[in-house]
Design a protein around this ligand. Structure first.
Ligand code: KG4
Ligand code: ZN
Length: 340
């Protein structure tokens, strides 16, 4: 029997809706909010207002593109958290309203589990490669950097996590210091392609186990620039590409170091990456190179599944639906992962 799921994602600054039938993605609509760009970061109050404006047309378009009527939906999956409370509230409330009016069950989804589950999606015209269990997933987004041991669709254990900033945050904050627009990750990625990654050296953290830290790198980058700009006001402008390349390669080294360590310790060669930073071309190349050296099977998500999207929420909902794990009308959004 076919199972058709609507996914809704509204945890940060993208309003997204997607329809999945079994594992096949029928539609995935994303409205990115441009209002934040001029502020150099996401303004929570503006984000929730934009979600309110976007949610009905985005869901409507996703259903139309999929050729699915609301009555044909078997379940509605929505992001419960972690994320911005006001933003999450829009998606959660909308999901409740739709579920109530059509008498459809709902599934609450952990956004981070969603990023990892994007590896289980298939496209209408082709199946994608799926990692086999158990695998390790390097989950790198704007808010989180984790190494997750995935034993099954529902059995995910965080074995390493950042003790301060996330990798995406390091990209975004360092970009801001260089006067680059938000979000900084894609901009640094583009500029780094023309730069020398060995030109500058920045501090690498020493943290126990599989945990990450990026705030030291950010501080060392900041002080380095301050000293240089003091001597030469045009320093950043003239060295932008080398700065981006060197910063990016430091972040990649930090990420890969712990991933290699975890792969050895758990004796796992199925290695995936997920989250917004997994769009980074340097990271993708480095993972493939490391994988070839260590005989890993590496899984890089399609670009459209790297940053926030509802397809990943719908697929996670599909597996929850199969297990009969439904949310009731009292469900409320949560800002932090520790509350989930
Ligand atoms: O997963 P995501 O869309 O949102 C969160 O759940 O946080 O990740 C957003 C993050 C931002 O920090 C952004 O700068 C980063 O992903 N990002 C990139 C690239 N594309 C997006 N970082 C490095 N290189 C990229 N190409
Ligand atoms: Zn995300």
């Amino acid at each position: 029997m076919d199972i058709t799921i609507l996914g809704i994602e509204s945890s940060c600054d993208d309003t997204s809706a997607a329809v999945i039938r079994n594992r096949k993605l029928l539609s995935n609509v994303i409205a990115s909010q441009e209002v934040h760009r001029k502020y150099g970061g996401v303004i929570p109050e503006l984000a929730s207002r934009a979600h309110q404006q976007n949610i009905i047309p985005v869901v409507d378009t996703a259903l139309k593109e999929a050729g699915v009527a609301p009555e044909e939906l078997d379940g509605i999956a929505f992001t419960r958290g972690p994320g911005l409370l006001g933003s999450l509230l829009v998606g959660v409330s909308f999901a409740k309203g739709l579920a109530l009016s059509h008498d459809i069950p709902m599934m609450e989804i952990n956004h981070l589990q969603g990023h990892i589950s994007s590896h289980f999606i298939d496209l209408p015209d082709r199946d994608l490669p799926h990692p086999s269990f158990p695998f390790l997933c390097l989950l790198v987004s704007g808010g989180h950097s984790q190494i997750v041991l995935v034993r099954d669709y529902a059995d995910m254990e965080i074995v390493g996590t950042t003790i301060d900033d996330a990798a995406g945050e390091a990209f975004d904050k360092c970009a801001k210091v260089m006067g680059l627009p938000y979000p900084g990750g894609p901009v640094i990625d583009r500029l780094a392609a023309q730069g020398d990654p060995k030109r500058f050296r920045f501090a690498k953290p020493s943290v126990d186990g599989f945990d990450y830290s990026f705030s030291g790198l950010k501080t060392s980058f900041l002080y380095f620039l301050r000293d240089r700009v003091h001597e030469d006001p045009d320093f950043i402008e003239r060295n932008k590409a080398d700065l981006c390349a060197s910063l990016q390669s430091t972040i990649i080294d930090i990420l890969l170091g712990k991933l290699v360590k975890a792969a050895k310790q758990y004796d796992i060669r199925e290695i995936a990456i997920a989250g917004g930073v997994s769009a980074n071309s340097g990271l993708r190349t480095a993972i493939e190179r490391e994988g070839a050296k260590r005989k890993w099977h590496t899984y890089l998500p399609e670009f459209k599944f790297t940053t926030d999207n509802a397809a990943m929420i719908a697929i996670t909902g599909y597996f929850k639906y199969q297990r009969g794990e439904f949310a009731d009308m009292s469900v409320a959004p949560v800002a932090r992962i520790s509350a989930m």
